[in-house]
Design a protein around this ligand. Sequence first.
Ligand code: 5MM
Length: 338
Amino acid sequence: MWQRKLQETLAKLVDSERGILAADESIETVGQRFKLQGIDNTEERRREYRELLFSTPNVGRYLSGVIMFEETLEQHDANGTKLVDVVRKQGMVPGVKVDLGKGPLTGSPGDMISYGLDGLAERLEKYQQQGACFAKWRSVYNITEHNPTSLALSANAEVLARYAAECQAAGMVPIVEPEVLIDGNHSIHEAARVSEQVLHSVFHALHLHGVALEYVMLKPSMVTAGKAQGRSNPEEVAQATLTCLRRTVPAAVPSINFLSGGQSPEEATANINALNQSRPRPPWLLNLSFARALQEPALRIWGGERQNRERAQAVFLERARLNSLALRGEYTEQMESG
Ligand code: 5MM
C-alpha cells in the first residue's frame, strides 16, 4: 500500500528534463538572502516572494517539484489560492523540509547534527493534510583537518536513516540530503574522500533501518574543491562526483538531485551539464534540486519591488530552462548572454 503511494509521487517527481526547486529556506536563512537585497524579512514578504516563484508562467515545464518551508504550506496567493495549489496547478509536486535545523554535535567539535526526529510522525501527518507529498532532511558536514569525525558520520547517517524510514512508513517520499560543505580551502581530492565516507555511512544506515532504496531520492553535494580554491573545472567535477557515487550509491536509487551549495548559477548549471554528458551513463538520473543557483538572479531583480515582479519571473524561468537543457547535456555557457 505505502509502496503504491510512494511510487505515484515518484512517477510525477522523477523526471529526466525537470529539476526540483528548493524554496525551503528557514526564516533565518531567507532573512540572510533578503538582507543582501535590502528586503525586510516579514511573513508577508516571504509569502509574496514564494508566490512570485511558484506562479511564474510555464515554470512547470522545467520543474517537477518544489520543496517548501512549513510556513509556506499554510500561505495563500493574492487571490486566496493556497500556494500548495498554485504549485500543483503548474504540474509540480509540493514537498516540505522537515528537519528543524542543526546545531553543534556534542563530543565532536566542529561537527553538526540536525534536529527534528521527536514528533516527526505527527508532523508528517500534518504536512500531508496540508498537501505535501514528499519530504526533505538536510545533514551538514564540514571539511577541516579534524572533521567530519567518525562520530559525526555515524550520528548524521543514523538521523537521516531514521527520518527516511519514518517518511516511507507515512507514505511520503524522503529526499535524503547529506551536504558536504564547500567552505574551506580543501582540494577536490579531499572533498572526494570525505564525500565517499559520508555516502558510504548514509547508505549503510539506510540499509540497517530497512529503507527501500527504490523509493528514496538522494540530494548530495557535487564533489568540488573548497570555495577558497576557486571554481573547479566542470569535467573534473563530473568525474570526481561520478566516481564517488558509483562507489557508494546502489543502482536501486532512482534519482540523484544535486544541491548547488554556494556555487554560482552558471557554475552549477555547467556542472550539471558535464555530469549529464559523461559516458557511460550511470544507473540513476543525474538531476538537481537547487535553491540559490535557481533563485539568486530572480531575487536580485525582484528586490522586494512589485514593479520588478514580471522581470524577476522571466529571469527565474530562463534559469530553470537552462538547467533543463543541462539535464539533457545540451547547455553551453554561450547561452547565458542570450
Ligand atoms: C544546501 O541547501 C539546500 C540546497 O540549496 P542550495 O542549492 O542553495 O545549496 C536547501 O534546500 C536548504 O536545505 C534550504 O535552503 C534550507 O536551509 P536552512 O539552513 O534554512 O535549513
